[in-house]
Design a protein around this ligand. Sequence first.
Ligand code: PMP
Length: 285
Amino acid sequence: MSLKVYIDGKLHAKEDAKISVYDHGLLYGDGVFEGIRSYGGKVFRMSAHLDRLWESAKAIWLAIPMSKADVARAIEETLAANSIEDGYIRVVVTRGPGSLGLDPNLCSKPQVIIITDYIALYPEEHYRNGLEIVTVSTMRNHPAALSPRIKSLNYLNNILAKIEGMQAGCVEALMLNHKGEVAECTGDNIFLVRRGELLTPPTNAGILEGITRDAVIELARAAGMAVEEVALTKHDVYVADECFLTGTAAEVIPVVKVDSRIIGDGKPGTITRDLIERFHKLTRE
Ligand code: PMP
């Protein structure tokens, strides 16, 4: 049976789930989105994701034509229609069909799209052995030009970095911000462990304020660990005892090599493994 996709109030078979070629989401990347997980039939941090979606929309003057409660209900209904318990949810809000000019006022109505599907995970050995990543030359969008806090439909900045990473044989790539500080990876936030303390770049470093990042900070603090949101350099990464990434799709994943330098002892660290377990408990129990 084909998966059902929600568009503008109706469910369509995946093959028939189509939007206009005049939609400014396609023509200009004018829109916003969220990637969300459901675990055992329960949507993880639904309200945090909806808050971030609404904030992204507000930042680009996009009025979502539904309430948060309506979108939450539509997500639940789409998951149920597809009988998905453990899955990945993509909510997309486009500016809607308009003219060939930029003017968003000529777009008739924002389109709300909800895709629910199965999650494509990183291979298990990446969690067991840790990832190797590289710093790429594509810098993160300047926050004064297009804030990385907006989860917009224009992901070219991240895609260019991803291509560079893949050309170096890595599935993730580290991006620096306009100041040369560590920002984040193409679809994940970054954490370091140094002398037992957790370090991660602050939101004003030009990063997406990840919901997994927030969850890990809460878990770490609840376990009595110190967490500091602080500007980091590549040097901090190279001399860290441990490194890991967080994201909705990746969850918590260890990093053991950055720019050919071995991090710590080259194996996923104790604190990283502890946080992976805590995150697993939080989402599955
Ligand atoms: N940074 C970027 C650029 C992202 O696209 C994402 C989401 N894939 C993240 C960080 C992680 O955010 P979250 O934990 O909310 O998925």
